[in-house]
Design a protein around this ligand. Sequence first.
Ligand SMILES: *Cc1c(COP(=O)(O)O)cnc(C)c1O
Length: 346
Amino acid sequence: MTRPVLRVDEAVLRANIAAVTRRVEPAELMMVVKDDGYGLGARWSAEVAADAGVGWIGTYDIPTAVRLREVVGAETRLFAWVTSDDEEIADALLADVDLGVGSLDYLRRVIERAGALGVRARIHLKVDTGLHRNGLAADEWDDGVALALRAQGEGRVVLVGAWSHLAEASDAEDDDAQARFLAAVERARVLGAELPYVHLTASAATWARPELRGTLVRVGAFCYGIRSADGPDLPGIAPAAELVAMVERIEGDEVVVGIGSFDGLPSILAGRVEVGTPAGARPLRRIDPDSARVAAWEGAAVGDEVVLFGRGGSGDVVPTTLAEAIGTVGEEILCRLTAHVRREQV
Ligand SMILES: *Cc1c(COP(=O)(O)O)cnc(C)c1O
C-alpha cells in the first residue's frame, strides 16, 4: 500500500499572497490559517506568510495562535476570535495575541484577566450585523465600547479594532451588513474610540468588492488558491497544494490507485469527476475505503502518479472542481483529508 501525498508548494503560496496583497492595497492582509491552514498546515503557512511580509495571521482559536507566536516572531500580529475560557485568555495575553470579542461577558472576562496579569489586552470588538453568530447586538454596542474605553483608560485594554463577518449570500445583504457595521464604527468613534483596524471581509468579498474592504481584510481560501464554488477565475492565484496517489495495480480496463474514503476522499465523487493521469484526464470510477479505480490508459504502469487535484495532471482540476461535483466547498475537500495523507513540501 502506497500512501497518498499532499504536495504543498511554497512558491505558489508566496505568489498567491503577493497577488492578494497587491489586490487589497492599501488595506492590510490578515491571512487566515484556521483548520490547520485549510489542511495544508497552519505552521507551514504562517511561517511562509510572515516571511513574505504578511503582518497579520488569523487562527480562529487561541491555542493555535499561541503555538504560532514562536513561528512568526514578535512583530506579526496574531488574531484569535473564538470565545474562549479564562485559562486560554491568559495564554493569549501572555503570547501577545489580539482577541476578537463578540459578547459583553467575554469582554468582561478579558478585562478581568488582563488586570490580574498586569498586561494590556489588544481587542477587536465584533459587531453583530445580522448573522447572529456572535457579536455585540445594536443595543449592547454602546455599553461594550464604553466598557472597553474605560478599561483602556485603566491600562488593561487597547481597543484596536472593530470587525464583523459577511454571509456572502448576496451583494444586497452584504451591503446592508456593511451599513450596520459602519454605523457601529462611527458610533464607537463618537464615543471616543480610535479603531485603526476595521475589518469585515473574507476572500470572496475582499477580492470582488473593494468598497466593502476596511483597513484590514481576512483572507484564507484565496491565499491557498481555493476559489469559490461557481465563482470567477482568479488571475494570479493558483492551487498551493496538489493531491497525488500512485497506481498500485492494473485490473482490466481500470487502474487501482492508493487513495480511498479512509484518506478523506468523499466516496460520492466516484462517477462525477475526472482525475489527472500521465495520459490526460480520466474518469474516477469508484472509491473504496483504501483505494480508488480510474479508467486505464495506454501504457499505464504501477507507480504512475494520478493527480486528484492540483496543477499536475489534467491541469484544471482544483479542490473546488471536486467540491462543485458534490455540492460543497473546496475548503471541505482539503480539510477532510486525514493524517494518512502524507504532507510533502516542494
Ligand atoms: C474563515 C474565516 C475567514 C476567511 O474566509 P475565506 O473565505 O477562507 O477567506 C475570515 N473571517 C472569519 C471570521 C472566518 O471564519
